[in-house]
Design a protein around this ligand. Structure first.
Ligand code: AMP
Ligand code: MG
Length: 432
């Protein structure tokens, strides 16, 4: 099946054919959706990534490895020398020239520990050697100590023959001098940082952190810790987004809460003009108190609105006085899904990251789901290879996502029967 899910795994550039499919009749529904004014997810993403490409953050900084988690490499990292620089032992044992061993006990002529320098091996002898220690010149194999017996006179005999190269890690097995080991555009996590350290790099050059303002809209919102008045709810999106943005490698500007008011919305957007992105929640539907879209339409530029996804349909993207605004719908599960699938890839691309889309994998559905006109993202867990859904998929329920291990993607125009294979996008892919 070549629908949207398979593209998640390979997309490193915006030029991805999101709309092609080997399921001609069904997937026409994607086109139908855009006829009704709903933009297919793939197209929205394509436009967002193109927008990011046109405004990549400028500037780099050189940061110590300990501060580089989640950042994006601005310059490739090369190996300055062969690593390891010398052949070393993969085992605790005895280094020898395999041809020297003719079945007789051998004299142990030196002991070599990791971090120490051996002398050339005396012909006809072996060297006691430990894991990671350099193999002495003249030795071509290491007999593991489990295959060795030490006689009373200290000589060693081996219970098995050895071959050249046995238990030796060759020089340059990790990388050779000059080799490009990490590409520019790589997102750095613990593994990449460990690799940078392997190369001897103490610092890496990364792209500047995008500054992202988080603005919550809604008369009903109250900060956690305050008492709730009639009709009020706690602002959960702000906390969710601020911590998610920080771990995505962004600098967060918490712009607080504004009430539903057109003039205040305009003021807030104008005030935040120095950031790279204004991320808002709420106020993007078609209700009477939804002013974000109106502010963008009237005082800025609206680039996309209304997606064929569920939850998340009212997602709104535009610019206000030149600053990009992504307006996430306010329902917590909608905020989560649209941030994960659209705003996060946008931000990663803004940082110059080449792989911005989460990777999903196929699992069997342990549920059935009716056909719909929008692409759905269901909060799910995989248990013994089968996906199970949280019983309440309301976009107002954040617990569904806390319970879930990932999102199941149900393409528009497709029903799911139990046992069908579906795409599962692990939360770990979205939260990294
Ligand atoms: P809206 O997108 O403004 O129409 O809001 C849709 C729903 O999400 C409403 O039930 C809001 O009360 C709720 N909501 C909006 N913003 C937040 C927020 N920051 N935290 C929690 N719920 C919110
Ligand atoms: Mg609202």
């Amino acid at each position: 099946m070549a629908s949207w899910p398979s593209n998640w795994t390979t997309a490193t550039a915006p030029a991805i054919s999101f709309r092609t499919s080997s399921r001609p009749s069904r997937v026409k529904a994607v086109g139908d959706a855009s006829f009704r004014g709903l933009l297919p997810l793939g197209e929205a993403l394509e436009r967002l990534l193109a927008l990011a490409d046109s405004g990549l953050v400028k500037g780099t900084e050189c940061v110590p490895l300990a501060a580089a988690d989640g950042r994006v490499l601005a310059e490739a990292l090369h190996a300055v020398s062969d690593l390891p620089p010398w052949p070393n032992s993969a085992m605790d044992g005895y280094a020898l020239a395999h041809a020297d061993w003719v079945g007789e006990p051998m004299e142990v002529s030196q002991r070599i520990f990791a971090g120490h320098s051996p002398t050339p091996l005396k012909p006809g002898t072996c060297a006691r050697i430990f894991t990671g220690a350099p193999v002495p010149e003249g030795a071509d194999c290491v007999q593991m100590q489990e295959n060795a017996q030490v006689d009373d006179d200290g000589r060693v005999h081996f219970t098995r023959p050895a071959t050249a190269g046995l238990n030796i890690r060759p020089r340059g097995q990790e990388c050779t001098a000059g080799e490009r080991v990490l590409e520019a555009g790589t997102r750095l996590g613990p593994i990449e940082l460990g690799l940078a350290a392997t190369l001897g790099a103490a610092h890496v050059t990364v792209t500047r952190k995008p500054r992202v303002a988080v603005l919550s809209t809604g008369d009903e919102l109250v900060a956690p810790g305050e008492p709730l008045g009639p009709g009020q709810i706690y602002n959960s999106n702000r906390t969710l987004l601020c911590s998610w943005l920080a771990r995505t490698g962004c600098e967060v500007v918490d712009a607080g809460i504004i009430v539903d008011d057109l003039a205040l919305t305009r003021d807030a957007l104008a005030r935040l003009h120095e950031v790279d992105l204004i991320l808002t929640t709420g106020g993007v539907s078609v209700g009477e108190a939804d002013y974000l879209g109106q502010a963008l339409r009237e005082g800025g530029q609206l680039s996309l609105w209304k997606l064929a996804i569920k939850p998340g349909k009212p997602l709104t993207v535009g610019q206000y006085q030149g600053t990009v605004v992504i307006g996430l719908p306010g329902n917590p599960a909608s905020t989560l899904v649209t941030f994960a699938l659209l705003a996060r890839p946008y931000l990663l691309r803004l940082m110059g990251c080449t792989r911005v889309l989460p990777r999903g994998h196929r699992v069997a559905a342990g549920f059935k789901w009716p056909e719909g006109s929008r692409r759905e993202f269901l909060r799910a867990r995989v248990h013994e290879g089968r996906a199970e859904l949280y019983p309440n998929q309301s976009s107002g329920v954040l617990r569904s996502a806390a319970w879930a291990d990932g999102l199941i993607e149900v393409p528009e125009g497709q029903a799911v029967a139990e046992g069908n294979t579906v795409n599962f996008i692990p939360m770990s892919e979205l939260l990294a």
